[in-house]
Write a protein that binds this ligand. Structure first.
Ligand code: NAG
Length: 362
């Protein structure tokens, strides 16, 4: 019991000590600025290189002088004012660190810094292919390059790669240079057949934070059109066709460059180079079409079956249907006849009797 209460007191003391230390720590951190009795009307400014900027500094305490220090737009110390403005009509410095300072009665002179970010959108953003020109081969690897010229500050830059509207990749920069730089970014691609005709582009985006311009300034390269060479590839390697009046064998297949077509069959005498075979005189059998381009070839077999081959189908489906129908009709008729015979016994007039009746009435 005693032991327990002792440890409780100790932990309380430790906890209290920690709280005190924590309080001291925070007052030290926040103190330096919070204790300087001036307020800036902007927490941070983001200015385009060459644009104007103005930030107010004011105080509510009695003082012996307040002023702005800066390499441009400095305001000399004054005793008569409580509000002074740092103003630059054309800011043409990449690095500028203005601060507002005050000399007041009781305390030491103090100052508050104004963080300034000077930015510049790129002069040029361009895209190119590295060590290659002309069409690309399906499945091979290529390198695209994006050049961003004269941008600042690079730590706020993101270079994004797009294929059509799809974002492929993006790069950020850890370099903290505040003056303009040139950046080159590369992207590995392995185009496939669907990429034939695709448009790649890169875009330089400056995200300068909440105080920066919205939407973010974006500079895009021109689109880079990619041509991809790929061999023909049929979606099905065989197709069966039941011969009717006219048969159409369509071997058309996508490929780049456009494929040539050849046909092989025991039933063909002349050479055919069109992609579609349309005829009413083709004999049943196999017809092989080969589509070829510079990248390779792909063949497709068409199997023409004559309607003779349909006899099993006819026997298998139509005959049973007919037989069943006959049986049903027979059963129906038999039943029908029986019921009727039970009630009536009407003798149907014969044809020549009807004729005689007609003659009589005339
Ligand atoms: C960026 O590239 C341009 C053109 O190639 C060149 O004139 C300029 O000096 C380069 N800038 C830097 C910072 O390297």
């Amino acid at each position: 019991m005693q032991k327990g209460s002792f440890s409780l007191t100790t932990s309380f003391q430790v906890f209290y000590m920690l709280l005190t230390l924590l309080g001291l720590y925070f007052s030290l951190i926040a103190g330096t600025q919070a204790e300087c009795p001036v307020q800036l009307n902007r927490r941070r400014v983001v200015v385009r290189y060459g644009d104007s900027v103005a930030v107010n500094c004011n105080t509510s305490v009695q003082h012996q002088g307040i002023g702005w220090e800066a390499s441009e737009g400095a305001v000399g110390m004054t005793k008569d004012k409580n509000l002074i403005t740092w103003r630059v009509s054309e800011l043409k410095e990449w690095v500028i660190k203005p601060y507002c300072f005050i000399n007041y009665k009781t305390g030491e002179p103090c100052e508050v810094q104004l963080p300034v970010t000077v930015y510049k959108t790129p002069d040029n953003v361009s895209i190119s292919t590295v060590d290659h020109s002309g069409p690309m081969m399906e499945g091979k690897q290529y390198k695209l390059q994006c050049d961003v010229h004269n941008v600042a500050p690079v730590q706020y830059l993101t270079v994004k790669w797009y294929k059509g509207e799809t974002l492929l990749n993006q790069t950020i920069f850890t370099n903290t240079s505040e003056t303009p730089v040139n950046e080159t970014v590369t992207l590995q691609i392995r185009p496939d057949r669907d990429d034939d005709g695709a448009q790649y582009r890169c875009e330089a985006e400056l995200d300068l934070g909440a105080e920066g311009p919205q939407p973010h300034p974006k500079n895009s390269s021109n689109p880079l059109n990619v041509e991809v060479y790929y061999k023909p590839r049929h979606s099905n390697s065989t197709e069966t066709i039941i011969k009717k009046d006219e048969v159409i064998l369509d071997c058309t297949v996508k490929a780049n460059p456009a494929p040539r077509y050849t046909w092989r069959s025991d039933h063909l005498e002349e050479e055919i180079s069109s992609s579609v075979l349309k005829s009413s005189t083709l004999s049943p059998g196999n017809y092989t079409c080969i589509a070829t381009n510079a990248r390779g070839n792909d063949s497709k077999v068409f199997i023409i079956k004559s309607t003779d081959n349909c006899i099993p189908i006819i026997l298998g489906i139509i005959v049973p249907v007919v037989v069943i129908s006959v049986i049903l009709i027979y059963i129906y008729l038999t039943y029908y006849k029986k019921t009727r015979m039970g009630h009536y016994d009407v003798k149907k007039p014969k044809a020549h009797e009807l004729l005689a009746q007609t003659e009589q009435s005339l």
